[in-house]
Write a protein that binds this ligand. Structure first.
Ligand code: 5GP
Length: 120
């Protein structure tokens, strides 16, 4: 996994549409696109278009509260669009111990199959 350097990530290129992605939802603040390595029939990543220091949830500050709310609400919109709103999971991996690999905050929206708990 990469380290949290605060530098650019692959998601900057996805936001700039320099590398292709399958976009599921987009507004002025948020982009949602399919994970390249899906872990469920539906696996969508929801990210802020402006990272603004938000490399990982563990480094969130009070000023990030508004975008954090926008991201969580966008996860629900994605679940609706994908037809899984009756049962889905939202995951945020924060830091290397949690297997975060891209240091631009992102929500995983997972569904379309029975999920297990605890996740491991
Ligand atoms: P993390 O492990 O940081 O929580 O999740 C990063 C996610 O980004 C992984 O699920 C990985 O498959 C996804 N990912 C990494 N590179 C790309 C890419 O270039 N395109 C897309 N669509 N997903 C990516």
């Amino acid at each position: 996994a990469d380290a949290d350097t605060g530098g650019p990530t692959i998601y900057d290129k996805i936001i700039a549409k320099e590398i292709p992605s399958t976009i599921v939802y987009e507004d002025d603040k948020v982009l949602a696109f399919r994970d390249i390595n899906p872990q469920a029939p539906v696996h969508v990543l929801v990210i802020p278009k402006s990272r603004d220091g938000l490399t990982q949830l563990g480094k969130a500050e009070k000023r990030h509260g508004e975008i954090l709310g926008e991201l969580l609400y966008a996860a629900k919109i994605v679940a609706e669009k994908e037809g899984i709103v009756d049962g889905f999971r939202v995951v945020i991996n924060s830091g290397p111990t949690a297997c975060q690999s891209v240091y631009h905050l992102h929500l995983h929206v997972l569904g379309g199959r029975q999920m297990a708990w605890p996740p491991g």
